[in-house]
Write a new protein. Structure first.
Length: 252
């Protein structure tokens, strides 16, 4: 599997950064961070299998498969070790890479994610609905969890359109990957310096999920972003980009 990606920034300075996306997102979800972070280092952003410009094989998928896609794509680019930042499903993939290929991981940033997601029945229901009716039928509900009620309407509409454009089989199969994901017993084996970021008002992966990660991963630190829901990096780039830059500077 070779994933669709963007590849920006200087090749010859610092550890490359790999940005991994949430369910229903494309590389565009990292637009608020990419330009600034790519001033200092190479930044590779990947569409997860089943999303954006990446292949859409028939599912279900597992998080391990999604993580292996990323590592194979990095092999293709000739990138050995990298820093990883992933949001939600992308955060689960980042954990899986740290567990399956620890020698590839210089540092980790885990945003709005979990060792075990809550409300798993809703992901199974979404998988059924996506295959039957398309992702458009789900998108309006998803953005109510991504952004706080006072978020800019144009921004919310743009992101709803991005979600609605996700291939149904890709969306559904990634819901199934989330249902099967559970790293709780493995967190102690993650050795990369780790920053955990939660949105204070995230109903999907609340700060309590961030606490489980920060308590379980040796040396990890949790930052809670105020006035942010699930897509904290998109709604509060003024806080999140700085946290990522600081963590990258300190750890890679
Ligand atoms: O965002 C993800 O990658 C998974 C969690 C999710 O779908 C958030 C939500 O809409 O409930």
């Amino acid at each position: 599997m070779r994933l669709h990606l963007t590849d920006e920034g200087p090749r010859d300075s610092g550890t490359p950064l790999v940005l991994l996306c949430s369910l229903g997102s494309t590389v565009d979800m990292w637009a608020p961070q990419r330009e600034e972070l790519a001033r200092e280092r190479r930044v590779v952003t990947m569409d997860t299998r089943g999303h954006g410009g990446s292949p859409v094989p028939a599912g279900p998928y597992t998080v391990a498969e999604l993580a292996d896609d990323v590592v194979e794509t990095l092999d293709d680019l000739g990138i050995g070790r990298a820093a990883f930042a992933g949001l939600s499903l992308g955060g689960a993939m980042s954990q899986a890479i740290a567990l399956r290929a620890p020698d590839r991981v210089v540092s980790l940033a885990l945003l709005c994610t979990a060792a075990r997601f809550g409300n798993l029945a809703t992901f199974s229901d979404r998988a059924v609905k996506a295959r039957a009716e398309g992702v458009e039928a789900i998108a309006a509900g998803v953005v109510t969890r991504w952004f706080t009620a006072d978020a800019d309407e144009d921004m919310v509409a743009r992101m709803q359109a991005m979600i609605a454009a996700t291939p149904p089989e890709g969306y559904a199969s990634c819901c199934e990957a989330i249902v099967g994901w559970d790293s709780r017993a493995d967190l102690g084996r993650i050795s990369a310096p780790t920053l955990v970021i939660s949105g204070a008002e995230d109903p999907a992966t609340p700060p309590a999920d961030g606490e489980v990660l920060a308590d379980g991963i040796p040396g990890a630190r949790l930052e809670v972003v105020p006035d942010a829901a699930h897509l904290a990096s998109y709604q509060r780039p003024d806080v999140v980009t700085g946290l990522l830059a600081e963590h990258l500077k300190a750890s890679s």
